[in-house]
Design a protein around this ligand. Sequence first.
Ligand SMILES: NC(=O)c1ccc[n+]([C@@H]2O[C@H](COP(=O)([O-])OP(=O)(O)OC[C@H]3O[C@@H](n4cnc5c(N)ncnc54)[C@H](OP(=O)(O)O)[C@@H]3O)[C@@H](O)[C@H]2O)c1
Length: 315
Amino acid sequence: MQAFYATAWGGPDVMRHGDLPDPHPGRGEVRVAVQASSINPVDWKVRVGMVRWLPGQHLPRPLGTDFAGVVDEVGKGVSSFRVGDRVYGIVVTMLGHAGAHAEYVNAPVNRLRRMPDGLGFVEAAALPVAALTALNGLRLAGERAAQRVLVNGATGGVGHFAVQMARARGATVTAVCSARNLERARELGAHTVLDYQSQDFTTLEDRYDLVLDAHASAGYSRASRVLEPTGAYASTLPTPALIFRDFASSVLPVGRAYLANMRGHPEDYAELERLLADGSVKPIVEHVYSLADAAKAFALAEAGGVVGKVAVQVR
Ligand SMILES: NC(=O)c1ccc[n+]([C@@H]2O[C@H](COP(=O)([O-])OP(=O)(O)OC[C@H]3O[C@@H](n4cnc5c(N)ncnc54)[C@H](OP(=O)(O)O)[C@@H]3O)[C@@H](O)[C@H]2O)c1
């Protein structure tokens, strides 16, 4: 099969487009003929070797977590999916799984979802990691996510979903992004926009019930300066300090912090699909590259400045 894969741990120059052996599904897996995949920062975090100490890491291996496509082979013990089903979901490349920037990917069925009618492959491939991370960050914050919410990194993959989802919950939303994307953040539904290059939101007067740090750069101590006494901080990056505070604040009366990681339970996908169906949330995918040009997709995504997601049209 044709694939876009990493040959070694390192920078963009370790990636190649070429032939790898066709995979075949193991027990509890199906093989998906990938139609589209999308780029996430985890792709280059895996590529540079950030998790090379975790079990199962091997190279060469296709990169890519998010995908959408059609089931074309079913492994043993699988009764919930059939050949021809249109599906989307993730493969956990951080744990050594072969990734989705390839013509075929083996996907465990517990991480797979049937595509709702009316959703295209590119749009579906843009959803899982970023949208389900935003959804989980807001879910963990409960009522706070419907009050005054600040999203840091508001026009990126996670952020552009978070702004739309917070608006759908009735929140008053402040979006923090680069100057070039301020207008785009307003179009996503933000009431107030701040340019991170000229303003540090943690030093301003306004107070929030939730700071959702999609970019994961503010940190609890700084963000807590602008939180209401009952407010919460949620960040996408699982640092030891955040994990400790997440636990401590669940059992002690100290400022609340959450790890906003991706959660893909059936009820999460169902809620996401409801938001898509009623028009409250729309994935933004303005840059789509062929598999042969996936290096350009990575270069663009890694450079920053993109609104929404960068996708790869595999077929
Ligand atoms: N734990 C999980 O399950 C999980 C899931 C998904 C993502 N993540 C992590 O979440 C982070 C964001 O992912 P993403 O897909 O949203 O990335 P992304 O698409 O690259 O978006 C990053 C956003 O942050 C903005 N930004 C850049 N520098 C900033 C700064 N100094 N202050 C505030 N905002 C800044 C960017 O704006 P400009 O482009 O306009 O500069 C962009 O809007 C990554 O670290 C990723 O690994 C974790």
